[in-house]
Design a protein around this ligand. Structure first.
Ligand code: AMP
Length: 221
């Protein structure tokens, strides 16, 4: 299964990728996590992308395409993958199509989690992330005074520097301008599954499962 989880920042891509990993036994490739790991390790790539990320802007296409080209060649991605945060521009989507065509592979579906701007802002402003397993949690400002540790690995949770209100607004604008055109791009390829991302986590999960199963049935005919 070759999937893309698509949606604005805060749409729930990371949350849903967790269950897809367990269901299909394929890796989630989250470009934001890859970049944050490079930054933490202080690599030249980490240094290069820092400014873009802190400003809520997109890292240049050629940098991102290179990262994905290398990652898709890793052994664990040979039976499928879930892309989370890539592609974010039409140029990235075209490069991915070319990469997959060369490998004799194709996308099975693009899962678009649709969420209103207001809900995205609410979710991101109270989002806390685990630096070890990248899980996200939500706490009210009162709860955040006494932040618990990550229940999975006891790491200290933190608030991403780009989850502050000014940068969040910019990231949503960037999504609308550069990434939303991919809705038409993948609709034209009949790959898009347009899902109401404001349902509960469980309802979104059930809807994704249902739609992927329906695609599989059609594909098997
Ligand atoms: P995310 O964790 O997906 O919200 O990504 C955090 C930041 O990393 C984004 O705001 C961008 O600066 C950068 N980034 C991640 N993926 C991409 C991509 N595919 N294209 C350009 N920039 C990206």
């Amino acid at each position: 299964m070759n999937l893309i989880l698509f949606g604005a920042p805060g749409a729930g891509k990371g949350t849903q990728s967790g269950f897809l990993i367990n269901t299909y036994h394929i890796p989630a490739i989250a470009t934001g996590d890859i970049l944050r790991a490079q930054r933490r390790a202080g690599t030249p790539l980490g240094e290069k992308v820092k400014g873009y990320m802190d400003r809520g802007e997109l890292v240049p296409d050629e940098v991102m395409i290179d990262i994905i080209r290398q990652r898709l060649q890793q052994p664990d991605a040979q039976n499928g993958f879930i892309l989370d945060g890539f592609p974010r521009t039409v140029a990235q989507a075209q490069a991915l199509d070319e990469m997959l065509a060369r490998l004799g592979r194709q996308l099975d579906a693009v899962i678009y989690l649709r969420v209103s701007r207001q809900v995205l802002i609410e979710r991101l402003s109270n989002r806390y992330t685990c630096p070890t397993c990248n899980s996200v949690y939500h706490f009210t400002p009162e709860q955040a005074h006494n932040l618990p540790r990550c229940p999975k690995d006891s790491s200290e949770l933190y608030q991403r520097t780009d989850d502050t209100s000014e940068i969040v607004a910019r990231r949503i604008d960037v999504f609308l301008k550069h990434t939303a055109p991919l809705i038409d791009y993948y609709s034209a390829q009949a790959k898009l599954e347009n899902i109401d991302g404001q349902m509960s986590v469980e309802e979104v999960r059930a809807d994704i499962t249902r739609r992927l199963a329906a695609r599989k049935r059609v594909g098997a005919r």
